[in-house]
Ligand binder design. Structure first.
Ligand code: ATP
Ligand code: MN
Length: 351
């Protein structure tokens, strides 16, 4: 991994962007460039923060020491380094998949932006896909370690992906159930809810995978061989959520809104519409403490303590464990399709 990143850095250093990085003084504000010209050391002493620039995966990191989360004391460089480190694990979940970004140019204490398309200020290295979201600018994908680091350099913290890839955008390749607990509910109820979701899917012949959201809940993901279209997939997810709510009405609700969720878990199937997105596995959350969304094996669920069980400051031990045994190792091998019969079965059984 390290070698791959270094190799990429070496090749990108020959690109025009790399040359700019090497002659960064020219791009600095005039006053700073002038002082650098007079005495680089003096300038560094005066501006310790801005001088702490680093290059990662060929991308020049600016404001590296800016604190993005006062709660955990995380600075920008730590976030960028995390994404560089986790590239090998997160990229399979990002590549070719339209991504929405949560950007925090001034850290969590400042305003954050949810960005679903390319904007006026370009995001270098991200791939643009025109025409996939009619009436909107290009959709974006993050396909390489360099693009990932570049996004973090552009103050991206969260990465939310669609349920389909750009090459087959009308046929989702997964379904996501987002389990959102009433904050008053104990975590053991969430564990049970996720297990019940899994059991229902298994009864329908569908294998599912679980991850912490990095926030308050869990995400249950069902990989699909692309076949059914958006409407069909969403209808299935609605039927499954409503089925769970009718089986265990005191535990689940499939209706959005805190008034319906009192002492319950909202099983959010609305993530399965065209254009909707879910925080990516291995992505960081723009919330105090900087949770990370982490894949788990089903038999690990009972040992979790919350949606933010893993955070930036304890993620490395988890990554080492995943290196040893990937909890989602089977994900890519699963071959299963949704059929209209499954939805029909759920609707018939749920009444
Ligand atoms: P939790 O476990 O805490 O519920 P989560 O990842 O399941 O975390 P949210 O972070 O609340 O849920 O995000 C809900 C969804 O709404 C995201 O997947 C994203 O697609 C979308 N979203 C998030 N922030 C915004 C926003 N500012 N504007 C529009 N949509 C957003
Ligand atoms: Mn959620």
């Amino acid at each position: 991994m390290q070698d791959a990143l270094k190799a990429k850095a070496a090749t990108t250093a020959r690109t025009p962007r790399g040359e700019r990085a090497q002659t960064s003084d020219a791009a600095a504000p005039a006053s700073l460039a002038a002082s650098v010209h007079r005495s680089p050391r003096a300038a560094r002493r005066r501006r310790p923060g801005s001088a702490a620039e680093s290059e990662i995966a060929g991308i020049r990191i600016t404001s590296a020491r800016r604190v993005i989360d006062a709660d955990s004391g995380t600075h920008k460089l730590e976030l960028v380094r995390y994404y560089a480190r986790v590239a090998r694990w997160i990229l399979p979940h990002l590549r070719e998949r339209p991504v929405s970004l949560v950007r925090a140019p001034r850290g969590l204490s400042g305003e954050t932006f949810f960005q679903r398309h390319s904007g006026r200020a370009p995001l270098p290295e991200l791939t643009e896909h025109e025409g996939l979201d009619p009436g909107h600018p290009a959709l974006l994908t993050i396909d390489t370690p360099t693009a990932l680091v570049s996004a973090a350099q552009m103050d991206v913290i969260e990465l939310h992906t669609w349920n389909a890839c750009v090459g087959d955008i009308e046929r989702p390749d997964r379904v996501v159930f987002d389990l959102d607990p009433d904050p008053a509910l104990g975590w053991d109820r969430m564990i049970e809810a996720a297990q019940r979701t899994r059991a229902l899917l298994a009864e329908l012949g569908l294998e599912s995978f679980c991850k912490t959201s990095g926030g308050k809940g869990l995400h249950v993901v069902v990989p699909l061989t692309p076949a059914a279209g958006w409407d069909e997939v969403k209808a299935f997810s609605r039927a499954a959520a409503q089925h769970l709510a009718s089986m265990w009405p005191t535990q689940f609700t499939a209706t959005m809104g805190p008034e319906h969720r009192k002492k319950k878990i909202f099983i959010d199937y609305l993530r399965n519409a065209r254009g909707a997105s879910t925080a990516a596995a291995y992505g960081v959350r723009a919330r105090p403490g900087m949770g990370v969304s982490v894949p788990i094996a089903w038999d690990e669920l009972e040992a979790t303590t919350g949606g933010a069980h893993w955070i930036l400051s304890n993620i490395d031990t988890r990554l080492a464990a995943i290196e040893h045994a990937d909890p989602w190792g089977a994900y890519g091998r699963v071959q299963q399709k949704l059929t209209a019969e499954l939805t029909f079965e759920l609707e018939a059984g749920g009444k």
